[in-house]
Write a protein that binds this ligand. Structure first.
Ligand SMILES: C[S@@+](CC[C@H](N)C(=O)[O-])C[C@H]1O[C@@H](n2cnc3c(N)ncnc32)[C@H](O)[C@@H]1O
Length: 366
């Protein structure tokens, strides 16, 4: 059998139709059913993953979320069921930590956790627990049209396909993916074409030459999420900044393909692979343009550190310290877990790292 790679399929498409939008290229690189990075099993995680996310740092993030869930459940009047949709759940690590933390909504038997994940390879790793369901699409599992609960999306929005535009003296051009010669090698590269008006509608003025992401899929996700819940909260945690700040990070350049400071790649915990080489071989993500995703629905925004402190991370670390003091001599698993909370908290709260991530929350039906 002749195996055709994602790159070959993309090259044929470009040969047939001309340069393609970056969003189409990124969609194939990440989610092509036969070779997209996530579809082949690429994922967040330590040894078997390619990059670390907050739930993959350790169980502390899930323990804090478990406390937050009990708080939200109480504020909603303790609905039954209490539905939590973990959108872009990866291998289900967050569900595992929340279950292990035993929030009251779980012990009262009302928590219904829906792990939504596009990648079948990752869905196969979901925790086996009666409260946890796993699905590729919400329509496959949602028991009622408008449940009361919470949608959590940790590092989902940065992984939704985005387009790229560049400011010109007269307006904007769209950068599309073409096949051409670069440094003496044939490969994918970016070319500029006139930008469709709907692509650049609402973008702020930035310096001529600056390149910014256009995140329509992320904005549409916010609208979709608003249609799902009858009451509760949508909480999206991610790295990001306003479009103007992202424009400064990419810097003006005459070369459309020159480094984009807001575009990240990950492979085996290393950044910096070229996203235009070997499609499907690495994660590709864009810092979330916070103004764009709030264009239709304004959110409350805080840092991840503030969010975690609001929901009791410091109490959990103090509890861990007390357990360690009491059990250090025993040195069992419980003692080790308790001690590791301090190190996990440092990572999660680091203002230069995950602590500086943004948390966008939308309150629904209040
Ligand atoms: C960066 S990973 C984050 C995984 C997990 N939330 C975490 O924090 O470790 C993003 C995940 O979102 C999934 N994803 C992307 N688009 C999705 C969609 N529309 N529905 C469900 N999952 C999606 C990807 O397959 C990937 O596993």
């Amino acid at each position: 059998m002749l195996l055709v790679t994602v790159g070959q399929r993309l090259a044929s498409r470009i040969a047939a139709r001309g340069p393609i939008p970056v969003s189409e290229y990124v969609e194939a690189c990440l989610y092509d059913p036969d070779g997209g990075f996530y579809m082949r099993g690429g994922r967040a995680g330590g040894r078997s993953g390619h990059f670390l996310t907050a739930p993959e740092v350790g169980p502390l993030f899930g323990a804090v979320l478990a406390r937050a869930l009990d708080g939200w459940w109480a504020r909603l009047g303790e609905p039954e069921p209490f539905t939590v949709i973990d959108w872009g759940a990866g291998p289900g690590t967050l569900a595992r930590s929340v279950v292990a933390a035993e929030p009251r909504c779980l012990s009262e038997g009302v928590l219904e956790w829906i792990a939504l994940e596009r990648s079948p390879a990752q869905r196969a790793l979901r925790p086996d627990h009666p409260a946890v369901k796993s699905a590729a699409r919400l329509s496959d599992v949602l028991p009622q049209p408008a449940p009361a609960g919470v949608i959590v999306a940790n590092e989902l929005l940065d992984n939704l396909p985005f387009d790229i535009v560049r400011r010109t003296p007269g307006g904007w051009e769209e950068l599309r993916v073409a096949v051409g010669e670069a440094s003496g090698r044939r490969g994918f590269s970016l070319v500029g074409v006139p930008a469709p008006a709907e692509l650049v509608a609402g973008l702020p003025a930035v310096a001529v030459g600056a390149r910014v992401p256009v995140q329509r899929a992320a904005r549409d996700w916010v609208a979709d999420a608003h249609r799902v819940l009858g009451a509760g909260w949508i909480v999206a945690l991610d790295y990001g900044a306003d479009t103007r700040t992202l424009a400064e990070r990419a810097g003006p350049s005459d070369d459309p393909g020159a480094g984009l400071g807001w575009l990240r790649t990950h492979r085996h915990h290393q950044g910096g692979s070229s996203w235009l080489a070997e499609p499907g071989s690495c994660d590709i993500s864009a810092d979330v343009a916070l103004d764009q995703v709030q264009a239709d629905h304004r959110a409350d925004v805080c840092s991840q550190a503030e969010f975690l402190r609001t929901h009791g991370i410091e109490e959990l670390v103090a509890e861990g310290r007390a357990t360690w003091d009491a059990r250090a001599a025993v040195g069992d698993l419980e003692a080790m877990r308790a001690r590791s909370r301090t190190a996990e908290a440092e990572t999660l709260l680091d203002p230069a790292g995950m602590g500086g991530f943004r948390v966008l929350s939308w309150s629904i039906g209040s």
